[in-house]
Design a protein around this ligand. Sequence first.
Ligand SMILES: [Zn+2]
Length: 298
Amino acid sequence: MTTPRAGAAVAVRRAGARLVGCALAAALLTGCAQSVDPIERMGRKAAQKVRHHPRPGAVAAQTAGAAGAPAPNAHRRWGLAAPLAPAPEPPARGVLPPRAPGSVPPVIDRVPTEDKVVFLTFDDGAEKDPRFVDMVRELRLPISMFLADSAARSGYDHFGQLRRLGAGVQNHTLTHPFLPGLGYVDQHAEICGQQDRLKGRFGTTPRLFRPPYGNYDGNTLRAAGACGIDAIVLWRASMQINDLRYAEGARLRPGDIVLAHFRGPSELKGTTLTEMTSRMLRRIQDQGFTVARLEDYL
Ligand SMILES: [Zn+2]
């Protein structure tokens, strides 16, 4: 089922709307995105003026993934009581607003949709668990990967396997620094440097950027725009070892972007990446949601 998207607006934060404000240590585990309802901020009328535009690479994104439905019992193998519901057909056009020349990319933490979908994003790239590749393949799991070169570089082949299964490759800086306060030149080097690295490894230039710890300032937005980034992607819910933590409220909402990390047992108190992901999927299913591919909506 496709939900009409007339009047839908992307969850947008503009430059300077919010500066940093979360403790680094807390952000490491929990993330620190605050609730941002773009329609509240922009006003409903303004939001309705946001025009849709064709989504670059949309066709490629939809055909790049592992084709077909999951094997009948794949869900049981990965600890799910029921199969993941198929994602609805994504919108024909991306929901990001067209960007005026010289303007900075919007900041989003959810996608405006009434579909009961959320979007899984995995950060950094420290854990390269081959079982996770099996899980993504067998469940046809749509994910987006925000890779920091310093964490991922020893295993780009691993992330290439995930990419061939349809996972999106996106930018999370070269060395994972705390960006606010860094000069423009340094931030530009962190973001454009990783754009170049990922383009060199995977052949396509990322459209999305997530600042480490979810923290950014005006230089981040300007540098990201100069590096060809279409949107800064934060999150509305973050997966801990056992449970989701919400930026607002106590449950998922349609279009929420969910943060997880490529972490293994040493960082998850013995829990593996696939066990953590299985728990996350159960929490999502328990709330009546399924997962969709972020790039298909943007
Ligand atoms: Zn990170």
